[in-house]
Design a protein around this ligand. Structure first.
Ligand SMILES: *[C@@H]1O[C@H](CO)[C@@H](O)[C@H](O)[C@H]1NC(C)=O
Ligand SMILES: *[C@@H]1O[C@H](CO)[C@@H](O)[C@H](O)[C@H]1NC(C)=O
Ligand SMILES: *[C@@H]1O[C@H](CO)[C@@H](O)[C@H](O)[C@H]1NC(C)=O
Ligand SMILES: *[C@@H]1O[C@H](CO)[C@@H](O)[C@H](O)[C@H]1NC(C)=O
Ligand SMILES: *[C@@H]1O[C@H](CO)[C@@H](O)[C@H](O)[C@H]1NC(C)=O
Length: 438
C-alpha cells in the first residue's frame, strides 16, 4: 500500500454552499491544502478530471434488476417486490416542487398527525437564507434548530455508538451515477444508507429496488428537498408522507428513518408523529462537521482538494472520537460519486485502526428489518410514542396550530417555500430533470 501525500495550492475559494448550516470547514481562510491518503486507486478518475459543470451523463446501467414478486433475502418478513412498471406518475405530486396540501392523501396524513398524540411545538417558520436571515430564530434555544447552532434533541441520531464505526450515508438520489457507487460498494462488500428524494425515486425506481434488494438501507429525504423549516406543518407532513408512499410503492416497505433537508426544529416532532426517526450527521463543533462538502463539487463551490482536506480532518477526528460517527455524502452528481469511490472510500478502507463501515440502522446495533415499518417487530427499534393526548385542530401544539400561526399551506409563508431552495440545489434539480428527459 503506498502513501500519497498530496499538497495543493488553491486560489480564491467561493464561500457559500448547499449547506447554509455553518461556516464550512475553514473554507474562508484556507488557501492551501495538505492531506494524506493511505492509498490511491490506480483506476480512479484523476482528481484533475473531477471538474464542476461536467456535461450531463446518461443514467449508468445497473448490474441487474430484480423481477417483480422477488422476495428480499436480507429483510426478513418483507413482502414481494412491487412491479415498478405499474407506477402511474400522475398519481403523485409534480417533481421537485413542494407538494400541495389539498390532496386527499395529505389531508389524511394531517389528520393522522393531529391524532398521533405527538405535540408539535408552536414554532414559526424560518425564512429562506439560512442562519444569517433568521438571527432571532437562530438565537432561540427553545426552538432547538440544528441548522444554526447544532442543537440536538435526545431523539436525534447523530452518531453510531461504537468508536470507529461509521454510519455511511448518501443523500439526494437515486441519480445517474448511483449505479457506479453501488458497483463500488458491492465490490468492497459495503452497505450504506440512502436518504432518497421522492421525486428521484419515482424517476429511477429500479435503482431504489436494487439498493433495497442488495441490503442497503432506504430512508426518507422528502419529496422535493425543500428547506424544511421554512414550510408550514401541513407542507412538511405532505413532503414526508409522499416520500414514504413512493418508497413503499416501489419497494413494498416504508422507511422508519429520515434526514431533514436543511435541518430540524419542530420538524423532528412531525417526523416522530409520522413514525420517522431523525438522522443528522456528526458535528463536533461549528468547524468540525462530518460533511465533506462533496455536494458542492458539481457547482464548483468546493474543489476536490477542499473535499479531501475536509475528509482528512474528519478522518482524524473520527479516529479519536469516543463514539462512532455518521458522515454526510451525496450520490446526486458524478463528481461526488467519483470522489467517494476513487478517493474517500479507498483511503477509509486502508485506514488503521480500521473503520467499520455500515448502514446507520446496523451501526445502531439494529437489524435491517428495523429500517422498515412493515418488518420492524418493535423489539429493538420501538416506535416512539407521543405520550400526550390527541389534540384538537388549532389547539396549541396540534398540526394545525403552527407555521406562523396560519397552518395554511397557501399562506404567504408557504408560497415562499419554492424559492427556499439554496441556489446550488435549484441547479441540481434542473440538471437532474433535464437528464430524466433525455
Ligand atoms: C426532545 O427532547 C425532549 C427532552 O429530552 C423531549 O421531551 C421531546 O419529546 C423531544 N422532542 C422530540 C420532537 O422528540
Ligand atoms: C478536527 O476537525 C477540525 C476542523 O476541520 C480540524 O481543525 C482539527 O484539526 C481536527 N481534529 C483532529 C484531531 O484531527
Ligand atoms: C409495531 O408498532 C406499530 C406502530 O405502533 C404497529 O402498527 C405494529 O403492528 C407493531 N408491530 C408489531 C410486530 O408489534
Ligand atoms: C403560536 O405562536 C405565535 C407566536 O409565535 C402566537 O401568535 C400564536 O398565537 C401561537 N399559536 C398557538 C395556537 O398557540
Ligand atoms: C388558506 O389561505 C387561503 C388564502 O389566504 C384561503 O383562501 C383559504 O381559504 C385558506 N384555507 C384554509 C383551509 O384555511
Amino acid at each position: 500500500m503506498r502513501t500519497a501525500v498530496l499538497a495543493f495550492a488553491a486560489g480564491a475559494i467561493v464561500v457559500g454552499a448547499h449547506n447554509p448550516l455553518q461556516a464550512r470547514q475553514g473554507a474562508s481562510t484556507q488557501t492551501s491544502f495538505a492531506f494524506s491518503l493511505a492509498t490511491t486507486d490506480s483506476t480512479a478518475i484523476p482528481l484533475a478530471s473531477i471538474v464542476s459543470n461536467a456535461p450531463s451523463q446518461a443514467t449508468q446501467t445497473l448490474r441487474t434488476t430484480f423481477a417483480p414478486g422477488t422476495i428480499p433475502t436480507g429483510v426478513s418478513g418483507a413482502p414481494p417486490l412491487p412491479n415498478a412498471a405499474l407506477l402511474v406518475p400522475s398519481n403523485y405530486p409534480a417533481l421537485d416542487v413542494v407538494v400541495p396540501t389539498d390532496s386527499p392523501e395529505v389531508q389524511q396524513w394531517i389528520k393522522d398527525v393531529a391524532t398521533s398524540g405527538f405535540a408539535i411545538p408552536n414554532i414559526t417558520q424560518t425564512v429562506a437564507g439560512g442562519c444569517p436571515a433568521n438571527l432571532q430564530a437562530a438565537a432561540d434555544t427553545t426552538r432547538c434548530w440544528w441548522t444554526c447552532g447544532g442543537c440536538v434533541n435526545s431523539t436525534d441520531i447523530v452518531s453510531c455508538p461504537d468508536p470507529l464505526t461509521w454510519g455511511s450515508t448518501f443523500d439526494d438520489g437515486p441519480a445517474p451515477y448511483t449505479p457506479n457507487l453501488l458497483q463500488f460498494l458491492e465490490e468492497n462488500n459495503l452497505r450504506t444508507t440512502f436518504f432518497e428524494v421522492g421525486s428521484r425515486v419515482i424517476s429511477r425506481p429500479l435503482i431504489t429496488q436494487y439498493q433495497y434488494m442488495t441490503n442497503h438501507q432506504i430512508a426518507v429525504h422528502t419529496w422535493s428537498h425543500p428547506s424544511l423549516t421554512t414550510l408550514t406543518n401541513e407542507q412538511i407532513i405532505g413532503e414526508l408522507g409522499w416520500s414514504k408512499k413512493i418508497i413503499k410503492d416501489v419497494i413494498g416497505v416504508t422507511p422508519t428513518h429520515f434526514r431533514p433537508p436543511f435541518g430540524v426544529d419542530r420538524v423532528r416532532a412531525i417526523a416522530a408523529a409520522m413514525n420517522l426517526k431523525t438522522v443528522i450527521w456528526t458535528r463536533i463543533s461549528p468547524e468540525a462537521t462530518f460533511d465533506t462538502d462533496d455536494f458542492d463539487l458539481a457547482s464548483g463551490v468546493s474543489t476536490p482538494s477542499e473535499v479531501l482536506q475536509n475528509w482528512d480532518h474528519i478522518k482524524d477526528n473520527a479516529t479519536v472520537l469516543k463514539t462512532g460517527f455518521i458522515l454526510l455524502e451525496h450520490d446526486l452528481f458524478q463528481q461526488s460519486v467519483d470522489i467517494a469511490t476513487g478517493y474517500i472510500y479507498p483511503d477509509a478502507l486502508a485506514h488503521q485502526p480500521p473503520f467499520k463501515i455500515q448502514t446507520v440502522i446496523e451501526c445502531m446495533h439494529k437489524p435491517l428489518n428495523d429500517a422498515y415499518i412493515e418488518t420492524n417487530d418493535n423489539s429493538t427499534n420501538p416506535v416512539a410514542s407521543g405520550g400526550a393526548p390527541a389534540l384538537s385542530p388549532g389547539a396549541s401544539g396540534s398540526a394545525q396550530a403552527t407555521g406562523g400561526g396560519s397552518g395554511n399551506s397557501s399562506s404567504s409563508n408557504g408560497k415562499s417555500a419554492a424559492t427556499c431552495v439554496a441556489p446550488p440545489l435549484a441547479l441540481v434539480f434542473t440538471f437532474v430533470l433535464t437528464m430524466a428527459f433525455f
